[in-house]
Design a protein around this ligand. Structure first.
Ligand SMILES: CC(C)(COP(=O)(O)OP(=O)(O)OC[C@H]1O[C@@H](n2cnc3c(N)ncnc32)[C@H](O)[C@@H]1OP(=O)(O)O)[C@@H](O)C(=O)NCCC(=O)NCCS
Length: 290
């Protein structure tokens, strides 16, 4: 079936596609896309994006957050679709070195990329996908004295959550308004948005989960602790609280992504400390400018 491309993103359609194609061989979980698209704030307007539709539904999307860089999802059951996405990407990146990131389990995508002259970049930062089963609610983790763990109660908490994220990740986004846009997403559940307040009132750590009801898989995105409050068990407490709430909502598995490597052992170690284990990793394929 022929697909039609339109320039521009359709985040809701991309999330629907991610939900429809979800498996442990997918790079994208719909909740993670919900976060990525909204939490970037106005910066997302600068991405080069396109959407492919066939038979009345979205079958692929692509985004280039910087010239020569590509993220994509495509229903590989459609002949020629991956090539169409790569044609669009390469046409818009003339003169640039090219880099495309995929999951190591996305074998059809990898095959097409290799056939077009891309090769794995062994120097790319390592980025793991980890998962765990959620058979039963975990017991809550203890907190240091005076720290309080809460669920987000409403938009009034948007400011605290946004500020905490900026402090944990040292990024200018999300602003309070951006975080409120995240909270307005139909899949956002305040019960899956937990944060810890320090004795002096500073929001100290948080974890947000996104439950894909179709698969029963919860994606954690994001998890962060304010630099002043690390190694006190706060991320562990937030994550376990979100996992416990997710079990009550019907989740059977959880999945999270984390940088890996000696330079920053904290994310992987944090998730492994609460039972996650690696099952896949991102690979970056590169092709020099022609
Ligand atoms: C990753 C992060 C959330 C951890 O937060 P935290 O509150 O310091 O983590 P916790 O204190 O709950 O740690 C729980 C366990 O994880 C492991 N861990 C956490 N940080 C670690 C580190 N730097 N080195 C080794 N192990 C670590 C330990 O096993 C720890 O238990 P222990 O202290 O009893 O040994 C925090 O470092 C952070 O916000 N980093 C920047 C944002 C980020 O990278 N987020 C993850 C996105 S993928």
């Amino acid at each position: 079936m022929r697909s039609e491309m339109t320039q521009g993103a359709d985040p809701a359609a991309a999330e629907e596609l991610a939900g429809r194609l979800w498996s442990w061989s997918s790079r994208w979980h719909p909740g993670e896309l919900a976060w990525l698209w909204r939490a970037t704030g106005p910066g997302a307007a600068g991405w080069r994006t396109a959407t492919w539709r066939a038979g009345g539904r979205t079958v692929a999307w692509a985004r280039s957050t910087a010239p020569g860089r590509l993220d994509l999802q495509a229903d590989t059951g459609h002949d020629g679709l991956v090539s169409a996405v790569l044609d669009w990407f390469e046409d818009g990146a003339a003169g640039h070195d090219l880099a495309v990131t995929v999951l190591d389990r996305e074998s059809s995508l990898l095959e097409v990329l290799l056939s077009r002259g891309y090769s794995p970049d062994d120097d790319a930062p390592s980025f793991l996908h980890l998962r765990r089963r959620l058979a039963a609610a975990s017991p809550p983790a203890p907190l240091p004295p005076g720290y309080v763990l809460r669920a987000v109660a409403g938009v009034q908490d948007g400011d605290a959550r946004a500020g905490l994220h900026r402090a944990a990740f040292a990024t200018p986004e999300p602003t309070a308004a951006t975080y409120q846009a995240v909270m307005a997403h139909p899949s956002y559940r305040a019960a899956l948005d937990r944060f810890v307040v320090a004795p002096d009132g500073t929001p100290a750590a948080a974890a947000l989960g996104w439950l894909d009801e179709r698969s029963g898989v919860l994606a954690l995105e994001p998890v962060g602790t304010h630099p002043r409050f690390r190694r006190r068990g706060l991320a562990r407490a937030c994550v376990l609280a979100v996992l416990g709430a997710a079990v009550e909502l019907g989740a059977t598995h959880a999945r999270v992504c984390a940088r890996d490597g000696a330079a920053d052992p904290a994310p992987r170690a944090t998730y492994e400390a609460v039972g996650f284990r690696p099952y896949a990793r991102n690979v970056r394929l590169v092709r020099p400018a022609r």
